[in-house]
Design a protein around this ligand. Sequence first.
Ligand code: CUA
Length: 329
Amino acid sequence: MRRGSLIQLAAIAVVAAGICVAVALAIPWLPQAAGKEAQRIDMVYWFTTGIAIAVFSVVVSVIAYSLWKFRARPDDDSDGPPIHGHTRLEIVWTAVPAILVTAISIISAIVLAQNSNAGPNPVKIGVLARQFAWSFTYPNGKTYGYLELPVNRKTQLDITSDDVIHSFWVPQLSQKQDAVPGQHNKLVVTPITTGTFPVICTELCGLGHSLMRSHVTIVSQADFTKFLKGGATSGPPGLAVFQQFGCSGCHTLKPAGATGTTGPDLDKLQQYATQAHRGSLEAFIKESIVSPGAYIQPGYQNVMPAIFGQQIPPDKLTQLVQYLAQNAK
Ligand code: CUA
């Protein structure tokens, strides 16, 4: 092969690589990493992307060069030269991809091992998914509808589900983990920056799937300790029950800051009860929690799970009913 040809091939490859690098860097493909695990995963992405750009550039330059130099002229009906292959070239184009793929798998295995290492003393938080809400149980035994994490410390999430398969995902923390009934899947997160990010269900789980969201707030370690001691929510006991059982996943309730729209708007309970004619306001609310299918508010579907009668202890159920009734009056 002549030297001029090599220079032309290399020039095409450099142009192709330049365009690819510009596209890769100019567009924010990945969310800003808010955790160490996400940083490592981003590193694997960039490592793989770098290899992909290099391989793509070489292939594109050879194709472009061939189209340019070896194109058959019009009326050229002669056969091409008889070629039997090139053993050295074939060894090279088998060995190089094998080495690259092996490198990707080694780096991925290292990152997977590092990302699942919870260390000697992680903060442990239970994550419960149910149609269609998240609830988080902290080391102090309290449960809230949102996630609070300390920065620069490993937290091990213990993820499970009450009904169907959901999947826990915070884009800025990068990892997804399935929430499966009867299983306790672990996920280690080490936040590196404070801030508030969305918690998203990323497994199609029913009517309210697209609304099955919460948020994670990453705070300083001192603020996290304060949060565990004080319990961030003060207010009527019924509000804690409302948050613990994830009612906000589906319902709107202004005093609780809940904005779900899958189920009826709980700020309108008085009006609904008047329309429904099913006894007192309290009786109507209790029936709607325990036997949600008994009466369906027009405009909504019969999708609320009939599990809360067993799940919510009687005293807490009373607190919840009172809380909702007082708010509606
Ligand atoms: Cu839960 Cu989608």
